[in-house]
Design a protein around this ligand. Structure first.
Ligand code: FE
Length: 177
């Protein structure tokens, strides 16, 4: 029994070292991120489904490229990376309230960064192994639009950095309550 536990610990340790090597120790995927369709919060928000043609007509070309084609805006070019208004950030695809200005911080990366969503069920997280990296993709839970990625090098209290595209968001000014 003890031997089995030790073996399990050794194996998971080896897996952690391997994944660290794989990512170069830089872009750490979040533990517990969705794998193979298992998604945190996937069942809690009612989905919005639209055809590709509908999305094309509803979104600007830049919004479409990012939200529906998982694109990324160039650093320091988006309208919210250096924006400090008080309010909420909605999904640009379906208007779901996703992030509050109270959790926004200056990451210096050139993309709007937050340490926490308004509610965990409003976003989905999925493993993203594109571009020879292991990252955790962040999507809107309602329309499944691509928002950006989350990393574990953010500030307290969560230590997370939700690194998002300005074009995937829509800011609405709100009074602080
Ligand atoms: Fe959405």
């Amino acid at each position: 029994m003890i031997r089995r536990v030790w073996l399990k610990a050794a194996l998971s340790g080896a897996a952690a070292v391997l994944s660290l090597l794989w990512t170069g120790g830089r872009l750490l995927p979040r533990a517990g991120a969705g794998q193979g369709g298992q998604e945190k919060g996937a069942k809690m928000i009612e989905k919005i489904h639209r055809t590709d043609q509908e999305w094309r007509s509803l979104l600007t070309p830049e919004q479409y490229r990012i939200l529906r084609r998982k694109g990324t805006e160039r650093a320091f070019t988006g309208k919210y990376h250096d924006f400090k208004g008080q309010g909420v950030y909605l999904c640009a695809g379906c208007d779901l309230e996703l992030f509050s200005s109270r959790t926004k911080f200056d990451s210096g990366t050139g993309w709007p960064s937050f340490w926490e969503p308004i509610a965990p069920e409003r976003i989905l997280e999925r493993d993203d192994r594109s571009l020879f990296m292991v990252r955790t993709e962040v999507l809107c839970a309602r329309c499944e639009g691509h928002l950006g990625h989350v990393f574990e090098d953010g500030p307290p209290p969560t230590g997370l950095r939700y690194c998002l595209n300005s074009a995937a968001l829509k800011f609405e000014a709100r009074e602080e309550s």
